[in-house]
Write a protein that binds this ligand. Structure first.
Ligand SMILES: [Zn+2]
Length: 510
């Protein structure tokens, strides 16, 4: 007897449908799984056999071959338990074969036959729908995630016995219905309303968020760099439904969705420690998993203590910063993971941390050579991709203790969103969505400077020995400042502020 059912596994962030063919013939009692199964899948046969037995179904011992196709895709999901069990039961004639057609099964089985949730359900269901399947059977804890895909019936299956009763028509399961659609509304625990003082830094972060510019915060320990960085996602524009779905897919395959979770509605904020390995940063492994740059997709990647990271770990950031995706090469295939994030980096001004900070009462004891070695750890090409460099001073005691509530994140976000709408309208035809993405040609075309702005820039060029590349970066940031002010032409005020945001720190990149 031969039967076929559909399971799925994830590959990158996309689902991959797996054809489960079961052939139960006569011969020596044996149970084989072929088609590049990994350990979790090889162990499947024991779970499936015991689960079937404990569900009250008796199978004769026959030679069973289970083929997972396509053969070249590594099968890495315990979610293949349920399709294997379904195929097996159909091959033995317990279930009607035709009942499996057009359905996807994805759940791990316990030895008692209970269905357990698996990772990556969203990608699997998206692929199932794309391939024209009409129903998916998943563990109850995966139902909400599966329901994010519309136009395919979702069944929550508590046990294998329930699935058998349903497919035999003895006791039909009701199709799950989505809970009433909730507004995409994120609540942030961290709000700029709690940050006293730091007006210059907050202004810089508003400009960075508005134009999608990467930003480097330089300041003494305890100046509040981390506190500021943590709040950047709260002033970025709200996720669009499409972006929310992309982020949810990534968190689903990484196994990071909250239990029973539905859509991710907040922009991600990732803050990997400086000991993070290169693989953890960009993703990979024998079964490729998304790295920090992908987990930060559509959100913020915060690197505190930037010079403390391994140089190789920082260098691999250049590709995702440029291409907004990361290519992870593996033996079996190379995979692309999306990685469009805003980089927020922070560092001390020198190894001891107190250079240029008189208010702390401590003096820097670093030699010029030590400071140079410290800042040199960040390569020019990486610094080149960071448009805004600012100093974050220690907050004066008077400001810290002020009772006055600072401006809220939602008020700042409203201005950021308005500026983004202006940019989208201007950049749409070039396939870009924010000022940070403009190349030299677009800067020339879309950033008209008035006469005063031109002469200010020319003077700064002379005096500060700016390179051609920093020239472009200044104009990009000036474009964003003008967009926040609702001005089409860029004036001296905007260029002046952009020069300040570039030169505040004095890190030489060229
Ligand atoms: Zn120092």
């Amino acid at each position: 007897m031969f039967a076929r059912s559909y399971g799925a596994t994830t590959r990158g962030v996309d689902g991959q449908l797996i054809d489960v063919e079961v052939d139960a013939g006569f011969g020596f009692p044996a149970f084989d799984i072929v088609g590049l199964p990994d350990t979790a899948v090889r162990e499947s046969k024991e779970r499936v056999r015991t689960a079937i037995k404990n569900s009250g179904v008796k199978l004769k011992q026959e030679k069973v071959t289970i083929n997972l196709a396509p053969a070249d895709i590594r099968k890495d999901s315990s979610g293949l338990d349920l399709p294997i069990a379904a195929g097996l039961l159909a091959a033995y004639g317990v279930l009607p074969v035709e009942k499996l057609a057009g359905s996807l099964f994805a759940a791990e089985l316990s030895l008692e036959g209970e269905c357990r949730p698996v990772q990556g359900i969203l990608s699997m269901v998206i692929e199932a729908k794309r391939r024209g399947l009409t129903a998916v059977f998943v563990a109850p804890a995966n139902v909400n995630e599966a329901l994010l895909v519309q136009g395919i019936a979702v069944y929550g299956v508590a046990t294998l016995a329930d699935l058998v009763a349903h497919l035999k028509g003895e006791q039909e399961l009701p199709a799950a219905v989505p809970a009433p659609a909730e507004e995409l509304q994120a609540g942030w625990a961290d709000d700029f309303a709690d940050v006293q003082g730091q007006y210059a830094a907050k202004r810089a972060l508003e400009i960075a968020a508005a134009g999608g510019h990467n930003v480097l915060l330089v300041g003494v320990p305890g100046a509040g760099k981390t506190m500021l960085a943590r709040r950047v996602s709260s002033i970025l524009p709200a996720l669009t439904p499409g972006e929310a779905l992309e982020v949810t897919k990534i968190y689903s395959i990484a196994g990071l969705l909250p239990r029973g979770g539905g859509l991710v509605t907040e922009r991600p904020f990732r803050a990997p420690h400086h000991t993070t390995s290169m693989t953890a940063m960009i993703g990979g492994g024998s079964i490729p998993r998304p790295g920090e740059v992908t987990l930060a997709h559509h959100g913020v990647l915060f690197l505190d203590e930037l010079p403390e990271f391994q140089k190789s770990t920082l260098e691999v950031l250049r590709q995702p910063l440029e291409d907004r995706e990361i290519l992870v090469s593996r033996v079996h295939a190379s995979l692309k993971f999306p990685s469009s994030f805003m980089l927020v980096a922070a560092m001390n001004p020198c190894p001891c941390g107190y250079q240029g900070d008189e208010s702390s009462g401590r003096t820097c004891e670093c030699t010029p050579g030590e400071i140079k070695r410290y800042t040199r750890k960040i390569s020019g090409p990486l610094l080149d991709r960071i448009d805004i460099h600012i100093r974050v001073p220690r907050v004066a005691y008077k400001e810290l203790t002020s009772k006055e509530k600072a401006e809220s994140s939602s008020a700042i976000r409203a201005r950021v969103e308005a500026a983004r709408r202006v940019q989208e309208a201007r950049l749409q035809e070039y396939g870009r969505f924010c000022n940070a993405q403009m190349n030299h040609a677009l800067i020339q075309r879309l950033c008209p400077l008035d006469a005063a702005a031109q002469s200010l820039l020319a003077a700064a060029f002379e005096k500060l020995h700016l390179s051609a590349r920093s020239y472009d970066r200044i104009i990009k940031v000036a474009r964003t400042v003008a967009d926040l002010a609702g001005k089409e032409q860029i004036g001296a005020a905007e260029v002046g502020e952009a020069i300040q945001l570039r030169n505040d720190v004095g890190l030489q990149t060229d």
